[in-house]
Design a protein around this ligand. Sequence first.
Ligand code: FE2
Length: 283
Amino acid sequence: MSLRPVVKVNRSKPLLEGAGVKVHRAFGFRDVERLDPFLMMDDFHSDDPKDYMAGFPLHPHRGIETVTYMIKGEVEHRDNIGNQGVIGPGDVQWMTAGSGIMHEEMPKRTEGMMQGFQLWVNLPRAHKMMPPRYREVKREDIPVIEPRIGVEVKVVAGKVEGALGPVKDLVVKVRYLDVELAPDRQWELDVPEGHSTFAYVFQGKGSFDNSSEQFGPEHLVMFGDGDSVMVKSRQNGVRFLLVSGEPLREPVAWGGPIVMNTEEELERAFEEINEGTFIKDRA
Ligand code: FE2
């Protein structure tokens, strides 16, 4: 086994998104090459409703998937083709925008801390215009396994030691895990060679290769190639998302919430929004 080294660490950057929601961007445009097929990830957490109540009013998506995972609090969503629901604590929404949807995502007022993540997964050329689809996964349908004592893994997508996540038949091969280590634990996990891999810490602190440097909340740890990753916790334990995916290696033309392969496809998408012909399929 060759252990993947940590090659880059980002501190997530505060910025305003939607109608004025304070988010922390773990990565975006500048890391696309290293993290392909992943385009972007936001961490939103706050104990002040003023930071998130403005929400994300009606906006389009095309050519990507958005993966929303809530830790605490709730987000209500509604789209123009009749889908709506609430993503509650521990729930996941894996939304494939494909040819296009228009939706709103509105956090609900929460007592105390609210926290969630949204990851964007790029779609390959052959699937960018596929019919939209939703996977709504409730907390209780996500397997929780304990591969070692003091290591707890929630398997959202992909497989760990025989436990298969409920989000299946993905267009792009992605593994999405929520991993928690009790204090003073160590765990090593196989990750397919060549798959882009990152960890995003949101509780405690951990080190992610043989160096002793530890990273805490709001840190994105990017791994180089190899066929396994290793994590070690010390006195406070650590909780993080561990995500890997097979790169698409296709040109990226990115215009806000729409990501295509060429500038022409982007222009067409925005023309269609103006002309009212953006929506192609009714999921
Ligand atoms: Fe959205």
